[in-house]
Design a protein around this ligand. Structure first.
Ligand code: FES
Length: 129
């Protein structure tokens, strides 16, 4: 039986890349940065936590940095799929789809992220170049 909630950031990064000054990401704000050439969405959630995820919507590839932050989730601007930024789980439409359709709704891949010395750092894996 598969879980509806993916394991958040199951990977341990090999290195950390400074991507943005902490002061440049205010509560409720989004930013797009690049890590190993891949677009990464940064979001400062309502409680001040920073989340990092792929900026490419798993549904049809829309740029999630043009979306809206909503209660700890990113709302994709194209079809309004809603992904939890703490877990990567799809909150909508997976929870309203019939079971046979819901299994095809993919979660949002997350990146390890931390803040240190006034910077936001995103974790990189060896195979990311
Ligand atoms: S491309 Fe994001 S919801 Fe369809």
């Amino acid at each position: 039986m598969s879980s509806l909630t993916p394991d958040p950031c199951p990977l341990t990064p090999d290195s950390w890349q400074k991507v943005l000054r902490s002061a440049d990401l205010k509560p409720g704000a989004l930013a797009k940065v690049f890590v190993a050439g891949k677009p990464v969405l940064l979001a400062r959630l309502e409680d001040g936590t920073v989340a990092a995820a792929t900026a490419v919507c798993p549904h049809r590839g829309e740029d999630l940095s043009a979306g809206m932050l909503y209660m700890g989730a990113i709302d994709c601007p194209l079809h309004h799929y809603l992904y939890d930024l703490r877990t990567g789980a799809n909150r909508y439409p997976r929870n309203v789809f019939p079971a046979d359709l819901a299994v095809d709704v993919r979660p949002l891949p997350l990146f390890p992220v931390q803040e240190a010395d006034g910077w936001i750092l995103v974790g990189r894996m060896k195979d990311e170049g």
